[in-house]
Design a protein around this ligand. Structure first.
Ligand code: SIN
Length: 517
């Protein structure tokens, strides 16, 4: 008898639990689709109270490989009742976990860090399969992701509090830090692993328990991480995962409005961030948000053009243009415009799009065809208003691939000036003066990251201080690491992640000791 093909899995799955032989064959078909060394990292169920579980009604979400548009596998389509169960499980686990020592949590996180290194190849492969980024980028993401686990392990043991001398005799003021409690974590698909650990690492280190809602496009990286966290010794109920696609509104609402949940942390678009923050306001819970950006990237006439071009490539085309800190508007001073445009175009023309698993691929697909449509709409809009296509400008029909693109002479009215493209389109805008470009760069409602290139030390300080963003890259296109306070101003977010971000997962408590004479 032939093995069923994996493509049939979603129709067969409701029946396989009562057919162990078929189930085993399905599992092995699934393992071969993923091709991992340790196939036990492939989890196709959600995780609640320490158990791998299906949804109550047996519904599934199909996850596809964006490079091939083939089905990778399924995860449960969960709803309100599973979300409540997950929150209850996190609440039940909280008293024990929150009273573990910081050293104990440090040790568990360091075990997880070691496991992420041990399973580096498999975790990277999972990222490529479900997100599409190249294996090189996916390996970079696993390193980045693990660095949050290591960083927060180290932060766990340094949540010091303070003693504040009192103006009153015989009184001592002491400040201690305590975990906020149950944390709801909502993450995006562009970093299937690192956006989980940036939040979960801090939550675990602080002594919080959690309910994660991973994105429906890339749940497998999250589930594999949770399996490794379990192996590292994270107790049942401390991490829970609810997977959902069509019930996302009710799941998100419960995570934000539940009185049991004391903090919500979200990375994603500004419109969704506003909805979630509005719901979280009903209980005045703590909120951390990393929302959309529209990063300006400015090249002044005195810049090192080779460095600026190399940085623009990294900054604009990282993750095929799908990061919140990607350059969105590239402003180039008129004296170096032609040179910069031609060198950038030459490099972009040499990029090779394809399946991220193939070595020759430099850039993978977009996450899905809807994303391709948005990039095309931005290109068409700019071209209609007078921009010229220097390279690229179109998609490969019927796929999620978009040719890396450079547009020149993009006019101020084009959509790319006010909206994040989230794709491989470099929009070049010519400018004359510093004042003019600062005004252009700040003419947006969001303010996550901004970049500029100049060798003039006076200008370096002036521009860095004037850019209305949370993070500035000066003579660099790459700012991210676990140690920095990552986050934005204006409509790009609330709070900071990484760096001292463990503070966002802790309450500050003042204890005043009186009558000490
Ligand atoms: C993001 O795109 O949301 C995160 C990017 C980063 O951490 O560098």
């Amino acid at each position: 008898m032939r093995l069923p093909t994996f493509r049939l899995s979603s129709t067969l799955l409701p029946r396989i639990s009562s057919q162990p032989l078929l189930s085993r064959r399905m599992a092995s078909a699934q393992a071969s689709v993923f091709g991992l060394k340790d196939s036990s990292l492939i989890k196709t169920q959600a995780f609640i109270g320490g158990k791998w579980v299906d949804s109550k009604n047996g519904e599934k979400i199909t996850v596809q490989n964006p490079a091939t548009l083939e089905e990778l596998g399924t995860v449960p389509e969960m709803g309100l009742s599973e979300t409540k169960e997950a929150i209850d499980a996190a609440a039940k686990a909280l008293p024990e976990w929150s009273k573990t020592t910081a050293k104990h949590r440090h040790d568990i996180l360091m075990k997880l860090f070691a496991l992420m290194q041990e399973h580096h190849d498999d975790l990277a492969r999972l990222i490529t399969l479900e997100n599409g980024k190249t294996l090189t980028e996916a390996k970079g993401e696993n390193v980045y992701s693990a660095s949050f686990v290591e960083w927060f392990a180290e932060e766990a043991v340094r949540t010091y509090g303070e003693h504040i001398p009192s103006p009153t005799a015989n009184v001592r003021n002491v400040v201690i830090k305590q975990p906020v409690g149950v944390v709801a974590i909502l993450t995006p698909w562009n970093f299937p692993s690192a956006m989980i650990t940036r939040k979960l690492g801090a939550a675990l280190a602080a002594g919080c328990t959690s309910v994660i809602k991973p994105p429906p496009e890339t749940p497998f990286s999250c589930l594999a991480l949770v399996e490794l966290a379990r192996r590292a010794g994270v107790p049942d109920g401390v991490i829970n995962v609810v997977t959902t696609l069509k019930n996302v509104a009710e799941v998100g609402k419960e995570m934000c409005e539940s009185k049991i949940v004391k903090k919500v942390t979200f990375t994603g678009s500004t419109p969704v961030a506003k909805l979630l923050a509005g719901m979280a306001a009903s209980t005045l819970k703590k909120v951390s948000i990393e929302a959309g950006g529209n990063a300006p990237f400015i090249v002044f006439g005195d810049a090192d053009i080779d460095e600026a071009v190399a940085a623009a490539i990294v900054c604009k085309f990282r993750g095929t243009g799908q990061t919140c800190v990607c350059a969105n508007r590239i402003y180039v001073q008129s004296s170096v415009y032609a040179e910069f445009a031609s060198r950038l175009t030459e490099k972009v023309a040499a990029m090779k799009i394809g399946n991220g698993l193939e070595e020759s691929t430099t850039h993978g697909p977009l996450i899905h065809q809807r994303a391709v449509e948005k990039v095309q709409a931005h290109v068409d809009d700019a071209v209609k208003l007078g921009a010229q296509v220097l390279v690229g400008g179109s998609s490969i029909p019927g796929t999620a691939f978009f040719h890396p693109t450079v547009l020149s002479d993009v006019p101020p009215g084009a959509r790319v000036n006010t909206e994040e493209t989230f794709g491989p389109m470099a929009a070049l805008v010519k400018f004359e003066t510093e004042d003019e470009v600062i005004k252009l760069a700040n003419s947006t409602d969001v303010g996550l990251a901004g970049y500029f290139f100049s060798r003039d030390v006076g200008r370096v300080w002036r521009v860095a201080e004037k850019l209305e963003v949370g993070m500035v890259g000066c003579n660099t296109g790459m700012i991210s690491s676990a140690v920095i306070p990552f986050g934005g101003i204006k409509e790009s977010g609330l709070g900071r992640e990484g760096g001292h971000g463990i503070e966002e997962y802790m309450n500050t408590k003042l204890i005043v000791f009186g009558g000490l004479a």
